[in-house]
Design a protein around this ligand. Structure first.
Ligand SMILES: Nc1nc2c(ncn2[C@@H]2O[C@H](COP(=O)(O)OP(=O)(O)OP(=O)(O)O)[C@@H](O)[C@H]2O)c(=O)[nH]1
Ligand SMILES: [Mg+2]
Length: 239
C-alpha cells in the first residue's frame, strides 16, 4: 500500500472542516490527514482535530501556499500527497479517484475537475488569465487551472518550491511541467462552497489574481505575464 498524506489548508472553515476530514479519514488509501490551520479564529483547528486530523497550527495567517508548504514539512516523506480544499465536505470521499493514475504509474500529478454545475461562479477573469498563463508556460489548455484538488507524487512535490498564497496551483502546474512530470486532469464529483459574486467572492478573486500574477511573473517574467493577462482580458478565448 502506498503511503499517502492528505494536506488540507484551512482558514476559518469551521462550517465544513469536520465533514471534509471525516470523509478523508474513512479512506483506506490515506495514511494521514493533515489540516494546516492557517490563523483561523473560528475553531477550525479544534473541529479538525476532533474529526481525526493531525493539525498543524500557524499562529499567523500565511496564505494557502505557505500553509501547504508547512504541511509538507510536517509530513515526513510519503509516496504521494493529496492536496484538498477544506470546503469539500462529504464529497472529499472522491479524493481516491485522484490517486489511481499515480498508483498505476500513469501520472505524476492529477488535477480534479469539478462537475460543471459545481464549479466556482465568479466572473471567470482570474480563471481565464490562469488558463492563458498555463498555455503560455506549458503549451496545454487546462480545464480547471485553479483547482486545488490534486494528487502529487511525493519526490516531485518535495523537489518544488511552492508559490505563495493562491499562486500555489498555477505555479505547481508550471513547475511540474518544467520538471517533466506527467499531468492529468480528471473529472471528479467533488462539490464545494463557492464564494460567488458577493463582496467575499470579489475579495477572494482580487487576492487570487494578485497571487497568480506574482507566481507566474517569477516563472515567465513580468513582461510575458502581463502581456498574457492583458490580452486574455481583452480577447475572448478562441473556441
Ligand atoms: N492556508 C490558507 N488557506 C486558505 C486561505 N484562504 C482560503 N484558504 C483555503 O483554500 C481553499 C480554497 O479556498 P476557497 O475559498 O474554497 O476558494 P475557491 O474554491 O478557490 O474559490 P471560490 O469558488 O470562489 O470559493 C480552502 O481550503 C480554504 O480553506 C488562507 O488564507 N490560508
Ligand atoms: Mg472552494
Amino acid at each position: 500500500m502506498t503511503h499517502v498524506v492528505a494536506i488540507v489548508p484551512a482558514r476559518d472553515r469551521v462550517d465544513s472542516i469536520a465533514a471534509t476530514v471525516s470523509a478523508l479519514v474513512e479512506l483506506s488509501a490515506i495514511g494521514e490527514v493533515v489540516v494546516v490551520d492557517d490563523g483561523s479564529v473560528d475553531g477550525t483547528g479544534e473541529m479538525a482535530r476532533e474529526a481525526g486530523a493531525r493539525v498543524v497550527t500557524l499562529e499567523r495567517n500565511q496564505g494557502k501556499g505557505g500553509a501547504v508548504a508547512a504541511g509538507i514539512t510536517a509530513s515526513g516523506a510519503p509516496e504521494s500527497y493529496l492536496l484538498l480544499d477544506a470546503d469539500l465536505g462529504t464529497s472529499a470521499s472522491h479524493a481516491k479517484i485522484l490517486l489511481q493514475p499515480l498508483a498505476d504509474d500513469h501520472a505524476d500529478m492529477t488535477i480534479g475537475i469539478f462537475p460543471k454545475s459545481g464549479r466556482s461562479r465568479g466572473f471567470g477573469i482570474v480563471k481565464r488569465a490562469a488558463e492563458r498563463l498555463l498555455e503560455e508556460a506549458t503549451g496545454r489548455r487546462f480545464i480547471e487551472p485553479l483547482s486545488g484538488q490534486r494528487a502529487v507524487n511525493g519526490p516531485l512535490m518535495r523537489s518544488l518550491e511552492l508559490a505563495d498564497g493562491f499562486g500555489l496551483e498555477v505555479a505547481l502546474t508550471i513547475d511540474a511541467h518544467v520538471a517533466g512530470a506527467r499531468i492529468q486532469e480528471i473529472p471528479t464529483p467533488f462539490s464545494h462552497q463557492p464564494s460567488g459574486r458577493g463582496p467575499r467572492g470579489v475579495a477572494h478573486r482580487v487576492r487570487q489574481c494578485r497571487d497568480v500574477v506574482r507566481a507566474s511573473a517569477s516563472r515567465l517574467g513580468w513582461r510575458s505575464t502581463l502581456e498574457v493577462v492583458v490580452t486574455g482580458l481583452v480577447r475572448k478565448r478562441a473556441k
